[in-house]
Every structure is written in structure tokens, then in C-alpha cells.
Design a protein around this ligand. Structure first.
Ligand code: SF4
Length: 690
């Protein structure tokens, strides 16, 4: 039969990358081969388009460097020399090494290490949690992104979310706060535009003049980490000028008097220097925000990567309480919908927390380098199982992680599609499936649609999905419990059978046919219009007793803002990479260009730097080579670099995270990634190299 005579199948799925959009896609398959992958035009939110990265997803699936068989290291760690081995040999060796470690040091000496590399319900966390939890392996706080924001908002609102983001079209004053929507949340931008068309003013608060800031009506280029100071200065104006919705506050908030007293210390003229804006601009912003309803805050990632990250979110969350914006359709605050999606699914049935051993230590993913190098840790980490993440690129303090991964007495297994920067140090690299080769449910964190990702083709080579990997490992470890071998479909059906009213009519069969469905969130859903906050008091907590009990300031404050010498390093997403993903593909590498650093003209002049110069960016932790780009996109005193799997200009596999540090945030378990300071100098200068 000619290929044209073989029928073409269209199979619906969804992107599994860590991105708020969770685009639905359609894969055209003929004779078991994926011929085309494109956005699903029937998805109401993502509307048939994908992003610059994922438009070439099939090139990633069929990339010649894809790991298709288990690999065993034969050279020194880091050199990347591996030989092909069979699954049976690899599994038997891994199981016996783990069993020996458990017998000698206890199961906590094994650290399973994973993140959102595969962002789906069961491929991100299901059988792995059951297996490692029941073994008593070390737990992992996966708090590098999102957790700080959620923890901060929770202190004020009792939850880390807000209104349905699609309600933005009803807003009249929109503040995109620390988020570059056009680049990192691109399918949301048409809704922002629609609101603008209906008369909304769009304000961007961001130290960098991003593409989104350029497209907005007003850009407030504040200093990094001064978001809470700005919010308090706004509250000062609102309270002073009688712009508070006292009726809403009296009914639905606690601690107003104490907050008013605190806000008195944050007059705009006093905060002007801290925030980096003229007092008059702060005044105008506060007044317009408070008096233009519905007003909506859209804070995403930016402000959480500071040491005061949780307090920043906690403080900003007080604004819609004072303004009473929650009353109005399209008003309040819209952040991740992750918690809304996961609240409707039966996650306990998927994760089975009851099978986990109690009182097991939990390590924070941010501290990987320090923990691996810590000889005093009891028990010391002796085995690392990495899946769905590439910490050598995506975690802070890369040099320390490398030092840890180089330990001869560390047994490392990596499950991935490619020999990543982390996999170079692995004893075994196991082949993982791509998103079109496995089944999953995709709850979005940027909207309220749930998608089913159907496998479009069979796993390539000997690759296996995360769930299948953990079934195989359980078998190799001699485990026989049924719940370690549950099928993917069975887990997904169980998750959907929670009985939650928002899932009414959304069955596995329907998702299989239609690909996606919107959660049955009520029309015109205003979660806090009449209070009902999920805090201890049941009200919005402007004064928080739980925070006080944990040793934090119970009232909003600016938090400690670091102003160390040097240039503050802010990092952001590169358009053509997704963290380290796609950085091994020639087209994406070419489009992303060389690793560069943006320096303000004043800072460049002082250092005799010009655009195109080869420079070194360094601090006490390390040094990377980059190309200088002189730009007033950044404020004086700030430099901006893209993060991801760049090879630096010296040809070394160094990500920008060689310069960042693991310093903890105030609470929420994140990292003050953006509180790193650096120097920039010509590459051939004699300034000290770290
Ligand atoms: S990375 Fe984001 S924007 Fe790109 S296809 Fe995936 S979900 Fe869509």
C-alpha cells in the first residue's frame, strides 16, 4: 500500500511543558509515524497555536541524540561516555545498588529528585511517590517555582489562587505584576488585549522593560524586590485619601487598624528611593488602581525569586482586599489555577499518601548541591534518582551541584530523553518517552481547561514513561503490591472520579473523544465577593496570627531588600528554550543565539563595555562568558541574562545558575535566585576570576 493509501489518524493531546498555557494539540499519525503536530483549533484558550519552541516538537521527538536504550557509564563522571545495556541488566544493577544502600545506610540515603519536566497528572507524580514513599526514601520539597507565591498569598487569602484568569476581559485596570505575558503566557495575551479593547488600562510592574511592558499602557520599572514596598506605599495613599472599601474590609478582613498604622510608615515620598519611582507616579498608580473597578492584579513568578518573596506576595494580596476589588466581576487577583485544578481531582487516590513511611526527612530541591556535598548529612545521600528535571541547569549554584555529582561514592540514575547536563554525571541514563508517546491528564495552571494527552505513537526505541519506569523498578526490587503496578488509565479514571461538581460530565471517555473540557466553574464566579477566605479566621488576614506564630512579622512589610555591591542579576526565560529543553536542537540554538548579558548604558560606560564585546560575568560562586548587549531595557544597577541550556561563550556548559545562590526565601521554601550580584568586565581583563 502506498503511504497515501494508509489512513491518517488524528489524535488529540496536550503540551506537557511547564508553562501556564497547556496548549492542546493534534497529532497526525500515519502507519504509526507522527507526520504533523499542530495546535488544536478547537481549544477555546489556546486556539490552535503553539509557541516557537513547540512548533518543532516532532524534531525533538525524532532528534538523533535522543536516548532510546538504557545507557551505562564507562568513562569518568561528566565526560559523557556510555555504552548501551539491556533493561534487565540496568534494572537488576540499580535495584541491587539501592538495596545495598538501604541495608547499610537506610532508605533516606536515596534521594528521588524530580520536577515539572513532564507536567502531567501521573507522569509528574504518581507511582514514583508510592514506591519511594513506601520505601522511606528522602522526600523532596519541589519548591523552586510557584510555592513561594502560593505560600505568600495563602497568608492573606488562605489560598494561592484567585479568580478564573479568563475573567480578565471584564477588568478595567489590569496590573501584570512581575510577568512577561507575551513571552511566558502567550495565549493569555489576546485576553489582555480584549480587555484593553473594551477600555481597560494595562500596567506592567517589572524591573525590566519586557516585550509585555512595551506593549502595555504604563510600565512601572521598579527596583527588584521592592514590590512589597510599592504595595505598601499604594496602601498608604489609599488609606490616607479615603480610597478603601471600608464596608468590604469591615465585613471580610481582620487587622485593618494595625495595617493602617503600618502603612503610615510607607509614604510614597519615603518609598520613592527604595522602589525607584517618583513619588508622584506611585501616588497616581495607587489612586488609579483603587478607583478604577474592576481592577485585577496578575502576579506570576517574578517577585517570588527574592529572599522576601513570600512577604511580597502576601503584601500585594492585601491590595484587592482594601480596594474591595473582589466584589466585582473581573476584579481581585488571578494567579496560578493549579490549586483549583488539583482540588477537583482525587489526588489522594493517585498519590496514596497512606502508603508512605512516616517521619521521613524532606530535603529542599534548591539545596541539591549543598546536600550532595554535605558529608555531615545523616544519612549522607548515596543514591540520586533524577527524572523530569535537569538540576545542573535549572537549580541555583551550579558549581556546587557539579561538585556533588562528581562524588565517586554517589550512585546516580537519570531518566530523560537526552543526555542532559545532569545525565553526563549519571551511572545509568534510562530512556524516557516524549509527550506524544504516553498517556496523561494535563491540568493547566493558567486556565480552567483539563486536557487528556493521548499517546499518538508507540514509545520510540526502548523508552518508557515515568509510570512504567517505576513499575519496572518496583518489580526489580521484588515488590509485589498491586498499587505499585496500577495502570495509567486506571489512575486517571480514579482521579476523575472525585465527585467534585466541577467535574460533572467530564469523563475519561469524553476527554478521550474531545481532548479537553472546561471545568464546570460557575458562570461569573467571584470567589471572595462575599468573603469566605480559607484562612484560620475565615477572613482576609491583613494581620496574620499564623505568621506571627511562625516567627514572621504578622503585618505586611517591605521585607529585607538586598543592596549588595555590584550589579543585580535578574534572569528570565529565553524565547527558544524551555529551561534546558530544546537547547540541544540546532534550530533553537541558532535562534536563541549566544549567551548574552544586558547592561544599562550607564553601567556599560563605567566599565568601558560596548554591545558585542566578549565579557565575563562573575561573582564569588563562579564565572560565565557572554556577549555584552548594552540596553536601556534594564535599569541602572541591574543586568539581565536568559537562563537555560546555553553553552557559554567560552564553550563551557555553564548556565547562568553558576552565578545564583540557594539562599532560602522568607517562607515557602524557595530560593532568592534574583538576589545574586555580579560584576561584568571585558573577557580579557585581569579582574579576578572566581
Ligand atoms: S510551552 Fe506553553 S505555549 Fe508552548 S506549546 Fe507548550 S503550553 Fe503552549
Amino acid at each position: 500500500m502506498t503511504s497515501a493509501a494508509i489512513p491518517l489518524q488524528t489524535i488529540r493531546g496536550a503540551c506537557g511543558h511547564d508553562c501556564p498555557d497547556t496548549c492542546s494539540w493534534v497529532v497526525e499519525v500515519r502507519d504509526g509515524v507522527a507526520e504533523r503536530l499542530s495546535g488544536d483549533p478547537e481549544h477555546p484558550f489556546t486556539r490552535g497555536t503553539l509557541c516557537a519552541k513547540v512548533n518543532h516538537y516532532l524534531d525533538r521527538v525524532h532528534h538523533p541524540d535522543r536516548v532510546l536504550h538504557p545507557l551505562k557509564r564507562v568513562g569518568p563522571k561528566g565526560e559523557g561516555r556510555f555504552v548501551r545495556v539491556g533493561w534487565d541488566e540496568a534494572l537488576a544493577d540499580i535495584a541491587s545498588r539501592w538495596q545495598a544502600i538501604v541495608a547499610e545506610s537506610g532508605a533516606e540515603a536515596i534521594l528521588p529528585y524530580s520536577s515539572a519536566g513532564v507536567q502531567g497528572l501521573i507522569q509528574m507524580a504518581s507511582l514514583d511517590m508510592r514506591l519511594f514513599g513506601s520505601m522511606g526514601c528522602s522526600g523532596l520539597d519541589r519548591n523552586i517555582c510557584g510555592a513561594v507565591a502560593a505560600a505568600g498569598l495563602k497568608a492573606t487569602l488562605g489560598c494561592g489562587t484567585g479568580i478564573d484568569p479568563e475573567e480578565i476581559v471584564h477588568s478595567r485596570f489590569i496590573v501584570l505584576w512581575g510577568t512577561n505575558t507575551i513571552v511566558t503566557n502567550l495565549h493569555y495575551w489576546p485576553l489582555v488585549r480584549e480587555a484593553q479593547r473594551r477600555g481597560a488600562k494595562v500596567v506592567v510592574v517589572d524591573p525590566i522593560r519586557t516585550r509585555t511592558a512595551e506593549a502595555a499602557d504604563w510600565h512601572l520599572a521598579i527596583k527588584p524586590a521592592s514590590d512589597a514596598a510599592l504595595a505598601l506605599a499604594m496602601m498608604h495613599v489609599m488609606i490616607r485619601d479615603g480610597l478603601v472599601d471600608h464596608d468590604y474590609v469591615a465585613q471580610h478582613a481582620v487587622g485593618y487598624e494595625a495595617l493602617a498604622e503600618r502603612a503610615r510608615q510607607y509614604a510614597p515620598e519615603q518609598m520613592s528611593e527604595t522602589v525607584g519611582l517618583p513619588a508622584e507616579e506611585i501616588e497616581r498608580f495607587a489612586r488609579e488602581y483603587a478607583t478604577t473597578q474592576p481592577s485585577l492584579l496578575r502576579p506570576l513568578i517574578g517577585m517570588e525569586h527574592h529572599r522576601n518573596g513570600a512577604m511580597q506576595f502576601r503584601t500585594v494580596a492585601c491590595l484587592p482586599v482594601l480596594s474591595g476589588a473582589w466584589r466585582h466581576r473581573g476584579g481581585g487577583l488571578a494567579r496560578s489555577t493549579h490549586a483549583l485544578q488539583f482540588a477537583v481531582l482525587d489526588m489522594d487516590r493517585v498519590l496514596m499518601p497512606e502508603v508512605a513511611k512516616p517521619n521521613v526527612r524532606v530535603l529542599n530541591m534548591r539545596d541539591l548541591g549543598s546536600d550532595l556535598c554535605n558529608r555531615e548529612l545523616r544519612p549522607q545521600i548515596r543514591a540520586l534518582m533524577v527524572y523530569g528535571t535537569n538540576p545542573m541547569v535549572s537549580m541555583p549554584n551550579q558549581s556546587r551541584i557539579r561538585e556533588g555529582l562528581l562524588r565517586d561514592d554517589l550512585f546516580t540514575v537519570v531518566h530523560d530523553l537526552f543526555v542532559t547536563d545532569t545525565a553526563l554525571y549519571a551511572d545509568y541514563v534510562l530512556p524516557a518517552t516524549s509527550q506524544i508517546e504516553h498517556l496523561d491528564l494535563s491540568p493547566a495552571w493558567g486556565h480552567l481547561y483539563l486536557a487528556l494527552n493521548r499517546p499518538a505513537i508507540a514509545p520510540l526505541g526502548e523508552s518508557v514513561a515515568n509510570t512504567e519506569l517505576f513499575r519496572r523498578l518496583a518489580r526489580a526490587l521484588g515488590r509485589t503490591e498491586d498499587w505499585l503496578f496500577e495502570s495509567d488509565e486506571s489512575m486517571l479514571r480514579a482521579a476523575l472520579a472525585s465527585g467534585h461538581p466541577w467535574l460533572e460530565g467530564i469523563s475519561f471517555e469524553r476527554l478521550w473523544e474531545e481532548g479537553h473540557a472546561r471545568l464546570r466553574c460557575p458562570e461569573d464566579w467571584r470567589p471572595f465577593a462575599n468573603g469566605g477566605f480559607a484562612t484560620r479566621s475565615g477572613k482576609a488576614e491583613l494581620y496574620s496570627e499564623p505568621l506571627e506564630e511562625q516567627g514572621h512579622d504578622p503585618l505586611p512589610w517591605s521585607g529585607e531588600i538586598r543592596t549588595a555591591g555590584g550589579l543585580q542579576l535578574i534572569t528570565g526565560k529565553a524565547l527558544h528554550f524551555l529551561n534546558s529543553g530544546y537547547s540541544n536542537m540546532a534550530l533553537h540554538r541558532r535562534r536563541a543565539g549566544e549567551l548574552f548579558v544586558e547592561v544599562h548604558p550607564e553601567d556599560a560606560r563605567r566599565r568601558s563595555l560596548a554591545t558585542g564585546d566578549a565579557v565575563r560575568v562573575w561573582n564569588a560562586r563562579g564565572s560565565v562568558r557572554a556577549v555584552c548587549s548594552v540596553s536601556d531595557r534594564v535599569r541602572p544597577g541591574i543586568v539581565w541574562m536568559p537562563f537555560g541550556g546555553f553553552v557559554d561563550a567560552a564553550g563551557e556548559r555553564q548556565s547562568v545558575n553558576v552565578l545564583t545562590l540557594e539562599e532560602p526565601t522568607d517562607w515557602g521554601g524557595g530560593s532568592g535566585l534574583y538576589d545574586a550580584f555580579v560584576e561584568v568586565a571585558p573577557a580579557d581583563s585581569t579582574a579576578p576570576r572566581a
